[in-house]
Design a protein around this ligand. Structure first.
Ligand SMILES: C[S@@+](CC[C@H](N)C(=O)[O-])C[C@H]1O[C@@H](n2cnc3c(N)ncnc32)[C@H](O)[C@@H]1O
Length: 388
């Protein structure tokens, strides 16, 4: 088997994505007990260490790790966050991860590959200096690097562009090809600009297949049926007040839903603009980027006009799971905790596609690929789409 260690494991959606490809998870680490509770409900407790990564020692890690994954916190790198960059206390947790990697390289078996995931703002954070430092560190450890941007919307109805840093041990790359410079969906202008200004980084461009163009399901097809008398629906007056206070552009979108456009449904963020709470409605058949539900404004709501009247409720935990391509995941916690867990996680089919395409050749011949089937993928459309 080829083994991997999942750092910043959260609820375990990297594991959910790549175990069926034949990667065997032998170690997982996260600091958060609420995420760990969800992780355990899915995978059990065998390999999960709930601890601050700053406190992990090399001796805590198992031997012979083939792949290390790190979807480290984005709060200091994202536009929605504070842009402190890798000096920030949260996103700065990449440094202890790289220290542990360095320890494996110098004192144990160097992993074959590393996968880092974060927001696309990582490329430009501190004018590119943050990513440059990370790439330099990984390069010094004896790895070639590649950078790709993958958006969840190619796989599920959610906008979630993410940057992936792929690193492969030098001795495993026969002919390292430099970046082509071509602009593609995977290699965006920001990535190309970074590569052309950081020629000292040992880049080796992987030949990756074309990702899917669009998700096979629309937003309306991942919604749960929530009975009209469920308490999660907002009271009529509250809906009326919010719709009445909407910016014209967003009110028009609600009208379009009432006319049956976009299947009559859209997602909405509630934001405070100039001291007023307003609703901002999407107009493209997909959900906005899910986020961890710690701040009031980060929860995503459904605007449902299929009954001829606008109705509003928060998206459910299962809807969050489906938007991350994890419709099979057992949800044993309340809505808020599920929203936080899934909102902070990775999009399963996006990570699966990438790891299969980029690292598939590293799998040992003994790795057992599981048939990839999910309830979500096989559910008849009318069962999934029975709207509420
Ligand atoms: C972007 S999320 C990763 C989500 C994960 N990939 C998943 O699919 O659920 C970042 C994770 O880093 C964890 N984290 C933050 N600070 C940490 C620390 N000091 N040590 C270990 N984990 C930390 C958070 O609890 C969070 O689950």
């Amino acid at each position: 088997m080829s083994s991997f260690a999942e750092f910043f494991s959260g609820i375990g959606l990297v594991r959910e994505a790549i175990e069926p490809l034949g990667w065997d998870c032998v170690f997982a680490n996260d600091i958060a007990e609420d995420k760990a509770e969800m992780y355990r409900a899915r995978f059990g407790d065998d390999h999960l260490v709930v601890e601050d990564i700053n406190r992990l020692r090399l001796t805590d890690l198992p031997d012979d790790l083939d792949l290390l994954t790190a979807s480290f916190p984005c709060i200091d790198l994202s536009l929605a966050g504070n842009r402190r960059g890798l000096a920030g206390e949260h996103s700065g947790t990449i440094w202890p991860f790289l220290d542990l990697t360095a320890g494996l390289v110098s004192e144990r078996t160097p992993p074959k590959a590393l996968l880092l995931e974060n927001v696309t703002g990582f490329v430009t954070s501190n004018q590119g200096r943050d990513l440059a430092e990370v790439c330099a560190r990984i390069g010094e450890l004896g790895y070639f690097l590649d950078l790709v941007a993958v958006d969840a919307r190619w796989f599920t109805p959610q906008s979630r562009p993410r940057l992936f840093v792929l690193a492969i041990r030098e001795d495993l790359v026969e002919r390292p090809l430099p970046p082509t410079g071509n602009l593609t969906r995977l290699r965006t202008a920001a990535i190309r600009s970074f590569q052309s200004t950081h020629r000292d980084v040992p880049f080796a461009e992987l030949s990756l297949p074309e990702p899917p163009q669009v998700a096979s399901r629309r937003l309306s097809q991942v919604l749960e049926y929530v009975p009209p008398d469920d308490e999660s629906w907002w009271p009529g007056e509250q809906v009326k007040a919010l719709c009445g206070a909407m910016h014209e552009r967003h009110a028009l979108r609600v009208n379009e839903l009432l006319l049956g456009k976009r299947d009559g449904v859209a997602t909405m963020y509630r934001r405070v603009r100039h001291g007023r709470t307003v609703g901002e409605v999407r107009n493209d058949n997909i959900a906005g980027c899910l986020r961890t539900a710690n701040g009031g404004s980060s929860v995503q709501f459904l605007v449902d006009c299929r009954s001829g009247q606008p109705r509003i409720r928060p998206l459910t935990g299962l809807e969050y799971a489906r938007l991350q391509g994890a419709g099979d995941f057992p949800i044993t916690v309340g809505r808020r905790q599920a929203q936080s867990g899934f909102g902070d996680a990775v999009c399963v089919p996006a990570v699966r596609w990438l790891v299969d395409a980029a690292f598939g050749f590293l799998l040992s011949e003994f790795s057992q690929r599981e048939p990839i089937q999910t309830r979500f993928a096989n559910e008849p459309l009318d069962a999934v789409a029975a709207g509420g």
